[in-house]
Design a protein around this ligand. Structure first.
Ligand SMILES: Nc1ncnc2c1ncn2[C@@H]1O[C@H](COP(=O)(O)OP(=O)(O)OP(=O)(O)O)[C@@H](O)[C@H]1O
Ligand SMILES: [Mg+2]
Length: 264
């Protein structure tokens, strides 16, 4: 491959993406590119279309117009399972864990999607099945350790403190070994020290897993510290793309935020 520092390969490429929900146009002709190993921030006021963008990328909903290309694949109209298996992991703005399952099982179940097990070998409890189970458990525990959750592994996910649940969601998304990770407001509801810890953790994951990340966040400091590039949406349209420093001083960005909070 001919990727260089200054010209890395695009991993995700979105062209002219438009999404209508009955009368409402939630996204209008959005263009977006993410390069390998990049951390791209997506910011914008409430209702800007950020989560809709993630829902479109992951196949939960399909666009009215436009194209989504992931590596060499056109994933525009693919279903979530397909997109996940290709290597796109995500977390949700409203945490979606299996609350009644243990912390460990939440991660294990996610891993199994990647490592299909032949039902006959389960039935026979064959050595190969037991071996796979052991491997799975080891990998799950390693992941939980990275997230500081190993001591909670036998607790029900629904009983974890809130910030731990947010971390577990990321661990679960990583269980599938994605190439691209989409984080939808991962620090929502966290206090400053929990936010700081998560920042360090994301940086570490980015390094260790060679991840490309798209991050939706409201916390400007968090975005500034993590992202090389930021794309700003407002009412479904891109109003700016650039480095965090460039973007935050642009009049249209200030206007989008102040305009909204003045009426909030
Ligand atoms: N499934 C849906 N059906 C109808 N309208 C929707 C649907 N999903 C999102 N919308 C609308 O699309 C617009 C964009 O919503 P979206 O959730 O993408 O915004 P957001 O930028 O993620 O906002 P927030 O910062 O509040 O999370 C909003 O007006 C929202 O009400
Ligand atoms: Mg949202």
């Amino acid at each position: 491959m001919h990727s260089t520092q200054s010209n890395p390969l695009p991993i995700l490429r979105i062209d002219g993406l438009t999404k209508d929900f009955r009368g409402l146009r939630a996204l209008t002709k959005v263009e977006l590119i993410v390069h390998e190993r990049e951390i791209l921030g997506v910011i914008g006021p409430n209702g800007a279309g950020k989560t809709t963008l993630f829902n479109l990328i992951t196949g939960l909903i399909h666009p009215t117009q436009g194209k989504i290309l992931f590596l060499d694949h056109d994933i525009t109209f693919k279903e979530p399972d397909y997109v996940t298996k290709l290597g796109i992991g995500r977390t949700f703005q409203n945490i979606r864990l299996f609350n009644a399952m243990t912390v460990l099982d939440n991660v294990r179940v996610a891993m199994q999607l990647h490592m299909p097990i032949n039902p006959f070998t389960i039935f026979l409890s064959s050595p190969s099945f037991l071996d796979k189970e052991n491997q799975l458990e080891k990998r799950a525990i390693r992941l939980l350790t990275l997230f500081g959750l190993e001591n909670f592994r036998n607790q029900e996910a629904g009983n974890l403190p809130y910030a731990h649940q947010r971390r577990l969601e990321i661990a679960r998304a990583l269980a599938l070994q994605p190439k691209l990770l989409l984080l939808d407001e991962p620090t929502a509801g966290m206090n400053p020290s929990e936010t700081q810890e998560l920042l360090q953790l994301i940086l570490r994951l980015h390094e260790e897993y060679h991840l490309t990340i798209i991050l939706i966040a409201h916390d400007m400091r968090f975005v500034m510290n993590l992202c090389q590039r930021v794309q700003v949406l407002n009412q479904g349209e891109t109003i700016a793309v650039g480095s965090p420093d460039e973007v935050r001083s642009l009049p249209q960005v200030i206007e989008a935020y102040l305009g909204r909070s003045a009426h909030a």
